[in-house]
Design a protein around this ligand. Sequence first.
Ligand SMILES: Nc1ncnc2c1ncn2[C@@H]1O[C@H](COP(=O)(O)OP(=O)(O)O)[C@@H](O)[C@H]1O
Ligand SMILES: [Mg+2]
Length: 347
Amino acid sequence: MQSPLSADVTIREVVESHPGSDRVFGAHGLPCAGCHVSTRETIRQGAAVHSLDLDALMSDLQRYIADGTVPPARAKPAHDHATVPPPAKTRKPGIKHVVAIMSGKGGVGKSLVTGLLAVALRRLGYEVGVLDADITGPSMAKIFGITARPYQGEDKKPHPPASRSGIQVMSMNLILDSDSQAVIWRGPMVSNAIRQFYNDLEWGALDYLLIDLPPGTSDAPLTVLQALPVDGVVMVSTPQGLATMIVSKALKFAKQLHVPVIGLVENMSYFTDHETGKRFELFGASKGVQLVVESGAPLLAQLPIDPALTQLCDDGRIEEYEAPDYTVLAKNFANVMPTAAAAGVGD
Ligand SMILES: Nc1ncnc2c1ncn2[C@@H]1O[C@H](COP(=O)(O)OP(=O)(O)O)[C@@H](O)[C@H]1O
Ligand SMILES: [Mg+2]
């Protein structure tokens, strides 16, 4: 018997191992199955980018592999894929806003911005949860200093543990036996873990669920933006040219998946020498304006490099950090959220 085909293999692999299957992709409106794009694009990504029905495509591919049937060409959608409405996603009652924090590349401070945004929103009186979708490189439990595992509540459901200030946090570290245990998982397993964190945990009533994505545009960001009811994305970048170039790609990715970019954060914008008060732009001049023009989204904050902050994160004490820039970030964030003002503080 054939083992079931996974949506996370590349289109090229399918076409190579099942000659003629490019006709199935073609019938679904993916004529580029034989071109270079397919070498790296998985079936899931191809379907997302071209707004195709993934389940129907998968079942037609399975059928082709089983008995060689090529389906008739599907009717073309009436509109360009950029205007096709996104598929309906199940919202969890009780969670008012789901926001994903994204970046084009790693090490730009995305997890740190997620953590600080959570802290700042909590200080403004909101109920906040953090879902660490970086399954293979989790960091949220560490920066909040949380070691407790998810626990069973009186309702017999699994609940995420809470930080000292009451932020609920779920991260892969919290269910691994040791912090240094490596997670070597394939795309579908990562996607399932993220879905389970969202669906199976009892988050309770939250004003904001912040999702810390792994860098780039791989399977995990795709799962989050496609399968979870994400209201918007906050894009984190640094002034470094390369980071800005890659963030442009991430901006396009969010657009193709119909998720609005609600704001930009430029991290590591500058460093202030506290003795002289002088400001240094270590990674070059700000690219904030360029990003605002490109994305049409507001710049929520330009955050400085602060060695004290690195230390607090390493010690699991991010909640003790005090700096005005982060209050500005949280206030701007709450202002740009579509219905945040209407939701009110802590109601
Ligand atoms: N503004 C900042 N000031 C000081 N340290 C920072 C700042 N932003 C990030 N860092 C540090 O840089 C490292 C990488 O940040 P992290 O948030 O893990 O990046 P990412 O999630 O984008 O990979 C961490 O050690 C973090 O504490
Ligand atoms: Mg990270």
